[in-house]
Ligand binder design. Sequence first.
Ligand SMILES: [Zn+2]
Length: 107
Amino acid sequence: MTNITSGCIGALTQIKTLVTGGGNLCRACGASGHFAHGCVQPPSPWLESLLVLREKAEARHTKELQRLADIERKATAELERLETERLSRERAETERAETERAETERA
Ligand SMILES: [Zn+2]
């Protein structure tokens, strides 16, 4: 379940890689003229926007995962309930059959 990744997060990460790689830009701040090693600059506006979008996508993704986990929990509980119901029906069926057999033998 936790392995499910959001397409948006992947796409935004890919865009960042494509732009920084294609433009020989710093991977840390997205500016030109230096590389990520030892970079202390804040993110460039384009990278800042991308990071904000990615954070939102990650937050959405986390919520979706929580909703999925909730649905899975409810579905599992329902399956257990149905199984318990089935077993108790089977038990009642068996008991009735045994009672009938006992009554037939007595008669
Ligand atoms: Zn930099």
